[in-house]
Design a binder for this molecule. Structure first.
Ligand SMILES: *[C@@H]1O[C@H](CO)[C@@H](O)[C@H](O)[C@H]1NC(C)=O
Ligand SMILES: *[C@@H]1O[C@H](CO)[C@@H](O)[C@H](O)[C@H]1NC(C)=O
Ligand SMILES: *[C@@H]1O[C@H](CO)[C@@H](O)[C@H](O)[C@H]1NC(C)=O
Ligand SMILES: *[C@@H]1O[C@H](CO)[C@@H](O)[C@H](O)[C@H]1NC(C)=O
Length: 378
């Protein structure tokens, strides 16, 4: 009898816990985000820099939003899961305010990230003899300028701003990945991309410190993903030398070394910033480490499709159909196909990841396991 009672009590407790809405685990009141397609929630699409880009069409958004929102995925991005974890609505793209004559409500923050954005500007590449066609010129500096323009509408006096920013979370990136991807996809060499690392880091550190001067106190600065596991780049290099692939996951070693070099220099840069601004909480987010979990043990995390092959794409140049990331046929274009169940894939369209992969990375940040110092410790 007693045991039965206990069972009933325990059971009803479980039921009541289960039916409660998800309690926010983080407590920021708003989020400001800077970056590229990894976190753009609509700016590129609104900007009109490219006429009817493929990300504005199905199957983009099919898993969660049921429509294309301008997010480069089948569903939510890391920044969307971060918003959810704070109990906040999804952060509106800044350019929505330009389109609607500044009637957008930025009460819960603003997203300045633009798909295709680089840390450095067009002339930086030109001066180095790397002529690349950028999809957008909305660089990190431009995004910082948008923030400065918006700021007077957010808070007025110094004490007011201090209170306001104390409860605000800033995400500076991921950004800079495109500074390498544009040249690499334009058949520039690995060494040419490697030479850019210090300049990319300088720009990220410069803008992060500018944001601190503007009042930001909690900043998350993510590193680069393991780009050696990226389907488009694997397809682009298509290197027959077996020893250049990591035996454990078949990712391309040289490109992962490029990402690691970027991340190591970024971490060093953040260390200097922490000394310079001891009042600020500067957090490094290890996207590389969190993503490496599923590249190393795909099935453990539900990626039973293929972890290196794009869910949506136009097949391969190589005959064996390994990556599904043919450069000339993009996801959503004629000749491309979409996998049945995107949640079993990590790669969405060759370049970007699926909602399932982003959810995994976001959980790694929210839990604190892949943020240093931990995001959840304040
Ligand atoms: C998308 O459609 C599904 C199925 O109709 C629905 O359950 C879900 O709420 C929709 N999602 C959004 C964000 O509207
Ligand atoms: C935008 O708002 C301003 C100020 O309220 C107004 O003067 C202007 O006409 C509006 N523009 C458009 C295109 O609605
Ligand atoms: C970016 O700027 C360069 C140089 O000013 C220009 O040639 C190019 O068309 C611009 N690209 C976009 C997408 O606006
Ligand atoms: C960022 O770099 C610019 C140009 O090099 C410089 O003028 C500015 O002072 C730097 N900003 C910060 C906050 O370090």
């Amino acid at each position: 009898m007693k045991i039965l009672m206990l069972f009933i009590v325990a059971f009803s407790f479980l039921v009541s816990v289960r039916s409660l809405p998800v309690k926010p685990t983080l407590h920021y009141e708003r989020i400001f985000n800077f970056g590229d397609s990894l976190s753009d929630t609509g700016n590129f699409l609104i900007s009109g820099d490219v006429d009817s880009p493929n990300i504005g069409n199905p199957p983009y958004g099919e898993t969660f939003f049921n429509r294309s929102t301008g997010r480069c995925s089948d569903g939510r991005l890391i920044i969307d899961f971060i918003a959810e974890a704070n109990g906040l609505p999804y952060i509106p793209p800044y350019l929505q305010s330009v389109r609607t004559n500044f009637s957008v409500n930025f009460k819960f923050g603003a997203n300045f990230a633009v798909a295709g954005a680089t840390a450095n500007e067009f002339n930086f590449f030109k001066e180095r003899g790397i002529s690349v066609t950028l999809l957008t010129n909305k660089t990190l500096d431009i995004q910082l300028g948008w923030f400065k323009k918006l700021k007077p509408s957010l808070c007025k006096t110094k004490p007011e701003c201090e209170q306001y920013f104390k409860k605000s979370l800033f995400f500076v990136g991921e950004i800079g990945g495109n500074d390498y991807t544009y040249p690499l996809l334009a058949f520039r060499s690995y060494n040419q991309a490697m030479d850019l690392v210090p300049f990319v880091i300088n720009k990220i550190i410069n803008v992060t410190s500018a944001l601190i001067k503007e009042g930001a106190v909690t900043l998350v600065v993510p590193g680069n993903l393991p780009i050696g596991c990226s389907a488009v780049l694997l397809e682009r290099f298509n290197d027959p030398r077996e020893f250049l692939y990591e035996p454990k996951n078949q990712c391309y070693k040289p490109l992962n070394m490029l990402a690691k070099s970027h991340n190591d220099k970024l971490k060093k840069g953040l260390m200097t910033l922490r000394k310079k601004y001891p009042h600020a909480k500067i957090i490094y987010a290890d996207y590389y480490g969190s993503a490496m979990q599923f590249y190393n043990s795909p099935s453990k995390y539900g990626f039973t499709g293929s972890v290196l092959k794009a869910c949506c794409g136009g097949g391969d140049i190589t005959i064996d159909g390994r990556y599904n990331a043919k450069p000339r046929v993009q996801c959503g274009e004629k000749g491309s196909t979409t996998c049945e169940n995107p949640s079993t894939y990590a790669n969405w369209d060759g370049i970007h990841l699926t909602e399932a992969a982003y959810r995994h990375i976001a959980n790694g940040l929210i839990s604190g396991r892949f943020t240093k110092p931990p995001l959840n410790s304040c």
